[in-house]
Design a protein. Structure first.
Length: 361
């Protein structure tokens, strides 16, 4: 059986660190905690689980701290988590099975990252990350803010998921890192433009985000998957500043990179026509979204709502306006399977059932 070093960087994580370590401590053979300047009880909590607590002066770059944490690994493989991540019980079982069966010629194992979960435990955002790494390969973190690992060799995809349970959001923190990078005259690679644009969008700087998304889209280099979402997120920004036709054009431009529609694009296009009360066109795009299931081996962002409850809820609204109450009710029920207590869905159910003369049970 392989051995595993857990490597983590932390700072002021007293609210979540114990939850994280409880979910994984018995699955790993070594825990390395690198503290970058905590002033709360983080270190005290960490020492309940390991005596391998180290200190590192924060440089302003996450890659430096993450690479530092990897230096302390002494086992066959490195597994990394953030303090607000957990392994749920089903994934703990899968992890234990993987550990018992993994062939030592594997250089890395990718796992899903469930970056968001709604109140009904539906995953709202997921993507793959290389999560278990052979220590001897000395893989290195790159990127000042949104880091990534340069990994090569024998990589396998697993169905294990790490679940992110974030308590809050550090508004503006990542944006300031990028702005410092600009002020220093540091080079921007294509992924920097993408993630900088994301930070600008999330902080309400829509026009500046549009500019950086466009630079990313037009760049001759860069990951195609990121360009798909640059088109879609740029469309969101255009909508926020009232330029709906430019938004639509940006949605369609995503097809140049994805080659076939994604559910995330179809729902956005459907909503464009729904707002214009062009319900038949909207139905076409929402229906397409329900038939586009995410590829389990897809590494880029995936938003499951766009192929599950969300298009069905919007199809309920569209068919209601088209006076097809039976289809409206059917799609509302499909949405209700995912969000059983959603007030909007329950309201629709009661309203349409009364009109159809159904027992609203």
């Amino acid at each position: 059986m392989i051995t595993i070093s857990l490597c983590m960087i932390v700072k002021n994580e007293e609210e979540v660190l114990e939850r994280c370590l409880e979910s994984v401590a018995d699955l790993v053979d070594e825990i390395n905690i690198i503290d970058t300047g905590s002033t709360d009880k983080t270190v005290e909590i960490a020492k309940k689980y390991t005596d391998r607590v180290f200190f590192f002066q924060w440089t302003g770059k996450f890659k430096d701290a993450r690479n530092e944490s990897f230096k302390y690994a002494t086992k066959d493989y490195i597994f990394y988590l953030d303090a607000d991540d957990v392994l749920l019980e089903s994934d703990r079982k899968k992890f234990a099975k993987l550990k018992a069966s993994l062939h030592p010629d594997v250089d890395a194992v990718s796992m899903f990252y469930h970056a968001g979960v709604d109140e009904y435990n539906n995953v709202t955002l997921k993507y793959r990350r290389n999560r278990l790494l052979k220590t001897s390969k000395q893989f290195v973190w790159k990127g000042d803010c949104h880091n990534y690992l340069e990994v090569s060799g024998n990589i396998i995809n697993s169905d294990i998921a790490v679940t992110h349970k974030k308590n809050g959001h550090s508004v503006g923190r990542n944006l300031s890192i990028y702005e410092k990078k600009i002020a220093n005259g540091d080079e921007f690679v294509p992924r920097d433009y993408f993630y900088y644009a994301n930070e600008l969008r999330e902080n309400g700087h829509y026009e500046k985000a549009i500019l950086n998304y466009t630079i990313h889209i037009d760049h001759t280099n860069g990951w195609i998957e990121d360009k798909v979402y640059s088109c879609l997120f740029r469309a969101d920004c255009y909508n926020m500043i009232g330029k709906s036709e430019k938004a639509l054009a940006s949605m369609f431009e995503s097809f140049n990179f994805s080659k076939k529609p994604r559910a995330e694009a179809c729902c956005r296009i459907g909503y464009h026509f729904q707002k214009k009360r062009e319900f038949e066109a909207a139905v076409y795009w929402y229906d397409a979204a329900t038939n586009l299931k995410p590829d389990p081996n897809q590494w880029s962002f995936s938003y499951p709502a766009y192929s599950t409850w969300y298009p069905h809820l919007q199809l309920c609204v569209c068919y209601y306006n088209l006076q097809d109450l039976k289809k409206s009710y059917e799609h509302n029920e499909k949405a209700r399977k995912y969000r059983p207590q959603d007030e909007r869905i329950l309201f629709n159910k009661k309203l349409i059932a009364e009109k159809l003369g159904l027992n609203n049970g």
